[in-house]
Design a protein around this ligand. Structure first.
Ligand SMILES: CC(C)(COP(=O)(O)OP(=O)(O)OC[C@H]1O[C@@H](n2cnc3c(N)ncnc32)[C@H](O)[C@@H]1OP(=O)(O)O)[C@@H](O)C(=O)NCCC(=O)NCCS
Length: 213
């Protein structure tokens, strides 16, 4: 009687573990098929945005150093209508966390460059540039770069504002920043040289007003 019980218990345990093994195998195979399938799939970004693209994509941030700063020059030439001088790039190299590349599947497609500044007499983060190469827009790259800036400000409560200048006709950028709680705080006339229109909005986010992203 006891040996029969042992026999059934052994059979039951064997079948139980076999089922678990088969289930795990099926899950893994399904995952690999999903990886190989060219379909509408998600990105492993922090916000898990889903866009209608073939294949998977992954967005990461990386440092800007004197080894790779040439990428930033090329990127800025492609993204912005204004030219940044050598002083800008020298400052960016030593900006540490205030300047970051965005890599889309290991390729540089965007960057943000900030500096600590002042607004309304209070410590503020100034966004000098934040841009994504046109073919990689609306995948969440700008979102990740801007959230990096928010995270920096969160680490130092002395920051009271984030601000930047945006060309008055740059509807995309205005829409982008307003989505994150920036508001227009006036126009600086003739802010830009050699581009039209030459006026810029000052966009400001008050970090002390309400909880920010
Ligand atoms: C503004 C800019 C940085 C946005 O970058 P991006 O990588 O496309 O941004 P994301 O994909 O993260 O978009 C985030 C949100 O911004 C808004 N947005 C981005 N592009 C938009 C567009 N063309 N129209 C309307 N809203 C837009 C959307 O609300 C979007 O969220 P959603 O996709 O969930 O709706 C990009 O268009 C750019 O590089 N423009 C040229 C450079 C520039 O003007 N920079 C601003 C001055 S520093």
């Amino acid at each position: 009687m006891f040996s029969k019980f042992i026999h059934f218990a052994f059979l039951f345990a064997f079948q139980f573990f076999l089922l678990i093994f088969l289930f795990q195998m099926a899950t893994e195979i399904a995952q690999r098929v999903d990886d190989l399938t060219l379909s509408d799939s998600g990105a492993s970004t922090s916000n898990q945005k889903r866009k209608n693209v073939a294949g998977r994509y992954d967005i990461q941030l990386g440092d800007i150093t004197h080894h790779n700063v040439l990428q930033l020059r090329r990127l800025n030439q492609a993204v912005f209508p204004v030219t940044y001088n050598d002083k800008f790039y020298t400052e960016v190299i030593s900006a540490g966390e205030l300047a970051k590349y965005a890599y889309f599947n290991d390729v540089v497609v965007g960057a943000v460059c900030c500096r600590a500044d002042a607004y309304n007499g209070k410590k503020a983060m100034y966004i000098m540039t934040l841009g994504t190469l046109a073919p990689y827009r609306q995948f969440g790259v700008g979102d990740m770069l801007l959230k990096h800036v928010f995270a920096l400000c969160r680490k130092d409560p002395a920051y009271e504002y984030i601000f930047l200048h945006v060309q008055v006709n740059n509807e995309t950028a205005l829409h982008f920043y307003k989505r994150y709680g920036f508001t227009e705080q006036g126009v600086v006339e003739k802010y830009y040289k050699r581009i039209e229109p030459d006026d810029a909005y000052i966009l400001v986010k008050n970090l002390k007003e309400k909880q920010f992203l």
